[in-house]
Design a protein around this ligand. Structure first.
Ligand code: MN3
Length: 203
């Protein structure tokens, strides 16, 4: 299976001023492309052996049991490819008010008391993730939504969870505009969330 870089459905500058155009361009065209390229190289070099998967999601779900020679490459680059593909989709140039979407608002209120509490917990998690990683909103076991973070390019699929929202907190995602101020980037993110997509993912 050969993987390819998905095109963005909006311009690099579409998320200004919250996420700047240069960051989007480098993030998509270089960082994401590198994950795709390195994932393909790793799988290409491994094609003679028994490795069966039907999709990237399938591959990531079995990452812990993959052969040692390919495990880290798939974890880092396959995770990187999936995470960024997901991230581009949950961002939107059109400002959306998630609180006006009933199913979404109900899910957040049931899981976190209210939207404000959800935002606070999300920010706390984003700032507590040391170094590089991601913050996620996932479907929990009891039908409620949960916040989790992962290091590097790990993601919820690797532990059997389904994400509905994610935020890249690697420095490459915000450093040009926000430098060391991750908190400001986390706050700005809410202006660029594609809540319609999130609600769709809630299912
Ligand atoms: Mn990134």
């Amino acid at each position: 299976m050969q993987f390819t870089l998905p095109a963005l459905t909006y311009e690099f500058n579409a998320l200004e001023p919250f996420i700047d155009a240069l960051t989007m361009e480098i993030h998509h065209d270089r960082h994401h492309q590198t994950y795709v390229t390195n994932l393909n190289i790793a799988l290409e070099n491994y094609k003679d052996t028994e490795l069966t998967y039907t999709s990237l999601e399938d591959l990531l779900a079995q990452v812990d049991t993959l052969p040692e020679q390919i495990k880290n490459a798939v974890r880092n680059n396959g995770g990187g490819h999936w995470n960024h593909s997901f991230f581009w989709e949950i961002l939107s140039a059109e400002k959306q008010d998630g609180s006006q979407m009933k199913e979404l608002a109900d899910a957040i209120n049931t899981s976190f008391e209210d939207y404000h509490t959800f935002r606070e917990e999300w920010k706390k998690a984003a700032l507590a993730r040391f170094g590089s990683g991601w913050v996620w909103l996932v479907k929990g076991d009891n039908g409620k939504l949960e916040i989790m973070t992962t290091p590097n390019q790990d993601n919820p699929l690797m532990v059997g969870k389904v994400p509905v929202l994610g935020l890249d907190v690697w420095e490459h995602a915000y450093y040009l505009k926000y430098q060391n101020k991750r908190a400001d980037y986390v706050d700005a993110f809410w202006n660029a969330v594609n809540w319609k997509k999130v609600e769709e993912l809630l299912g």
